[in-house]
Ligand binder design. Structure first.
Ligand code: MG
Ligand code: MG
Ligand code: MG
Length: 313
């Protein structure tokens, strides 16, 4: 019987974490048929589908990956869109980690043996996966190309984020060709399918896309709510702050920073609860004010927010 290898993105998955996992599993299955029969690569996810992912997979007729909450000891695993233990599936320390496909900072995972670790400082993991298709000389199907392009476009905020590189522009056109779409038009449709998010349940509104970061001895929790209507989201500020305080109390975080990122206005409102001195120091602001602090041009948690905070650790 074929051995199953799980391909999985990070906790609180975003569109990139899920689509890159599906796309990479598909590539690996094609390569396995060619080079290494006996392995079956199965995409999985660690949380609820983001609304745009539900829309994309439904529209393209791509099956939703299985929801898992841990991996068993010895399970063969490939991580995509993350490489930090805090963000990875429970049980990862005792699993058999085969590969990492990512576009983040390196965060301290240690392996027993050598692995394929393909990490590039570019806009999305979907871009890295598209590059792997191209490098192997394999053309993605129309559906896979459209799915990967959706993730490239959400992760780079329609290529406007400072994380977007020449590679992302190139790979977006490359994918658009196979998908038979206009890259920008398709990307806008995907982003619109999210809605403003303002009517979501409070836990989803605040923390659907949230990550823990170790800063010295403390954990800082950074969430990002990307929206096409920042004002509508900010109307729920009091409720959001109450929820953030609850999350801090339950998890012992040092601080909880929420970025309400307005894709149309191209910037983020910072709201912080807990001990926000670290945030003030990293950005030279006083974040503890009603209404939060508007940060024009700040679109990327990774590059513009997490990096300066981690630098203080
Ligand atoms: Mg991600
Ligand atoms: Mg990503
Ligand atoms: Mg993101």
């Amino acid at each position: 019987m074929a051995e199953t290898i799980i391909v999985v993105g990070h906790k609180n998955p975003d569109n990139d974490a899920i689509c890159a996992a599906i796309g990479y599993a598909e590539l690996k299955n094609i390569l396995a048929d060619r080079d290494a029969p006996g392995y079956v690569y199965k995409p999985a996810r660690l949380g609820q589908l983001p609304p745009e992912t539900g829309w994309v997979l439904g529209k393209l007729g791509i099956p939703v990956p299985e929801l898992i909450d841990h991996v068993d000891p010895g399970q063969k695993v490939i991580l995509v869109d993350h490489n930090e233990v805090l963000q990875a599936v429970d049980g990862i320390e005792d699993a058999d980690l085969l590969e990492i496909i990512d576009h983040h900072r390196i965060g301290g995972l240690v392996t027993a043996g050598p692995i394929k670790f393909h990490n590039l400082p570019i806009g999305s993991s979907a871009t890295v996966v598209a590059k792997e298709f191209e490098r192997e000389g394999i053309e993605p199907s129309k559906e896979t190309a459209a799915m990967l392009l959706s993730a490239l476009m959400t992760d780079t905020v329609l290529l406007k984020s400072p994380t977007a590189t020449k590679s992302d522009h190139y790979q977006a056109e490359w994918l658009a060709k196979f998908a038979g779409v206009d890259a920008m038009e398709w990307g806008s449709q995907v982003i619109k399918s999210r809605g403003s998010g303002a009517d979501l349940p409070i836990d989803r509104l605040v923390a659907a896309d949230a990550k823990e970061f170790q800063v010295g001895d403390d954990i800082v929790f950074i969430a990002q709510r990307e929206t096409v209507d920042g004002k509508a989201v900010m109307e729920r500020e009091a409720e959001m702050r109450d929820y953030m305080k609850k999350v801090i109390a339950e998890n012992g975080y040092r601080s909880f920073l929420l970025m309400v990122t307005d894709i149309i206005e191209e910037g983020s409102t910072f709201i912080c609860e807990g001990d926000c001195a670290l945030i003030d120091k990293a950005f030279g602001i006083s974040v503890d004010v009603p209404g939060g602090v508007w940060m024009p041009g700040v679109l990327s948690r990774k590059k513009q927010v997490a990096a300066p905070i981690l630098a203080l650790g």
